[in-house]
Design a protein around this ligand. Structure first.
Ligand code: SF4
Ligand code: SF4
Length: 285
């Protein structure tokens, strides 16, 4: 059995991961997802009360039958933690829902097959992958929405508070702002990669309901989620003979996952939206 993860925060024994009852809205372009429409909006500086620890009667109950959308950073972190390639992780631990209001492929964390549908990472003492738990699990009880894309503007997230009856954490005394919560949960530290992903899924190219063709959907899926396959594509195809890249960058991409994911977002801006983020070699095939 895996080591149970119990975190020590500010001298107190505590939290397991915070599960997300509602999925993160990363792949929706046009409006706030339905799950967020009736939730309380958290304005900048707005406060909420929350705490999650093993003494609560609800502890670990919520890590079951829950929709958790995975970001590229989630897939990468969990794959590496589990010693799997990204492709193996996707095959074993994710589902790809198909619904008409999603304009890009998304991955959801696969729950257990038994009737309770417990998360496969939920242990008696908390989340077994706490250090690498998904973005949605870190953010709960805060939800995030992205307003419709506008040309020339970076999408600014808006935040909401889930006030679920089953969660006793909201009766705890400690107060937080969204920024404090994001920092405490390690979300702020991953912001560069999360923002890179948001920049793709909320790109102004999608304004008006434009859809990617199947080939570009596949490119998006590989570059965002299946980073090991993307690395094979960069180094095992004609890619490097088609584009001008600095030697130092190429060397980094071979074994630096963060650099490769950052590069994947740059490549996607070129391949999906024809932004001039890549330079084609003269006479390239
Ligand atoms: S990954 Fe961890 S925190 Fe998230 S639902 Fe599973 S057990 Fe809970
Ligand atoms: S229901 Fe709320 S307080 Fe209880 S374990 Fe889940 S996140 Fe923590």
């Amino acid at each position: 059995m895996k080591k149970k993860t119990v975190e020590v925060k500010r001298g107190k024994t505590v939290p397991k991961g915070k599960p997300a009852r509602k999925p993160a809205p990363a792949a929706r372009a046009q409006a706030l997802p339905e799950a967020l429409r009736n939730q309380r909006r958290l304005e900048a500086g707005g406060r909420f009360r929350f705490g999650c620890h093993p003494e609560l009667s609800c502890f670990t109950n919520c890590c079951a039958d829950v929709n958790i959308l995975l970001t590229p950073m989630d897939v990468l972190s969990l794959s590496r933690r589990l010693g799997l390639t990204t492709g193996e992780f996707i095959a074993r631990h994710t589902l790809t829902p198909v619904t008409k209001d999603l304009h890009l492929p998304v991955l959801m964390l696969r729950m257990g097959e038994e009737p309770q549908k417990r998360c496969l990472f939920a242990g008696d003492a908390g989340c077994d992958v706490y250090q690498d738990r998904p973005w949605s699990c870190r953010m709960y009880p805060v939800g995030m929405g992205l307003p419709p894309a506008r040309a020339g503007e970076e999408p600014q997230p808006v935040y909401f508070l889930f006030e679920d009856d089953f969660c006793k954490g909201r009766t705890e005394p400690k107060e937080w702002t969204v920024d404090q919560w994001r920092t405490d949960q390690g979300v702020a530290a991953r912001e560069e990669m999360e923002a890179g992903y948001r920049g793709i899924v909320s790109h102004p190219w999608f304004i008006g309901g434009r859809q990617l063709d199947p080939k570009r959907m596949e490119i998006f899926h590989t570059a965002c989620y299946d980073l090991d396959k993307f690395r094979d594509f960069v180094f095992g195809s004609t890619f490097l003979s088609r584009f001008e890249l600095e030697d130092s960058l190429v060397a980094t991409l071979r074994d630096d996952d963060m650099a490769l994911l950052r590069f994947a977002f740059r490549w996607l801006r070129f391949a999906l939206f024809a932004e001039p983020t890549m330079k084609v070699r003269e006479g390239a095939p």
